[in-house]
Design a protein around this ligand. Structure first.
Ligand code: SAM
Length: 251
């Protein structure tokens, strides 16, 4: 049979494609893209032409999986890409891979760019673990409930955010996690107007509010782990009082 190659593509700078990625695209019989125009530009930039370029999106992923399984059984090389970065990371791809592997056909990952790891590498945040949340809920109520879970987290929390929601999200972060919580924003990674900034949430909100340019483009938002809770000095007076009362009742 053929193989399904799951290929990470650049998140901005087209030079970030890998050598293995170019070899796979050169050998591909079929390229499954999200937006075929976006992938068409990548192919064009490298003088490549896919014999067959098809669109795979969330709504047709199951149907396309059956197609792809058929192609693989015919011995074809199928390369799956998304518009930018690594497939299946806040992007389609997981269902396709699940179906192909369930059919006992080969899947080969070709690693490369992903905004989550690129942002973290430049964040300077030192928590040893991170939690990747992806996109926050678009509605404020649900978003605030999601944020509230991270008041005490020991993880750096990585979120993707859309430009038209960045201000609302920063407001919700200040409300739920307080103005002092450290945030890191990576905007337009690998592109001309790449901006990296670390600030307490309150100052980040002011910075983005005051400069309309900071509200444009693509964003990764990282919420720093919560500062450690100060160790208290033994049980509280109230706890001691409760213990004394209970002890008095014991035989
Ligand atoms: N699969 C991609 C990956 O591996 O990173 C993510 C796809 S998701 C639909 C798109 C989101 O990723 C954007 O809204 C933004 O939050 C983030 N992103 C993608 N490229 C970026 C870039 N160059 N700079 C900052 N964030 C980026």
């Amino acid at each position: 049979p053929g193989s399904l190659y799951v290929l990470a593509t650049p998140i901005g700078n087209l030079a970030d494609i890998t050598a293995r990625g170019l070899a796979a695209l050169t050998a591909a019989d079929v390229v499954c893209a999200e937006d075929t125009r976006v992938t068409g530009q990548l192919l064009k930039a490298y003088g490549l032409h896919a014999p067959k370029l098809v669109s795979l999106r969330e709504h047709n992923e199951r149907a396309m999986a059956e197609q792809v399984i058929g192609w693989l059984r015919e011995g074809l090389i199928v390369v799956q890409v998304s518009d930018a970065g690594t497939p299946a990371i806040s992007d389609p791809g997981a269902r396709l891979v699940e179906a192909v592997r369930a059919a006992d056909l080969p899947v080969c990952p070709l690693p490369g760019a992903s905004a989550v790891v690129t942002a973290l590498s430049a964040s300077g945040l030192t928590a040893p673990s991170f939690l990747f949340h992806g996109f926050l809920p678009p509605k404020s109520g649900e978003r605030r409930r999601t944020l509230a879970q991270w008041r005490q987290t020991e993880y750096s929390v990585v979120c993707y955010e859309a430009p038209h929601r960045i201000l609302d999200t920063l407001q919700d972060i200040v409300a739920e996690l307080g103005p002092e919580r450290r945030l890191f924003i990576a905007r337009e990674l690998t592109k001309t107007f790449e901006t990296l900034r670390t600030l307490p949430a309150g100052e980040m909100l002011a910075f983005v509010t005051d400069d309309a340019n900071q509200q444009r483009g693509e964003f990764v938002l990282v919420i720093d782990a919560a500062p450690p809770v100060p160790q208290d000095e033994g049980p509280s007076a109230e706890a001691l009082h409760v213990l004394a009362t209970l002890a008095a009742e014991l035989p």
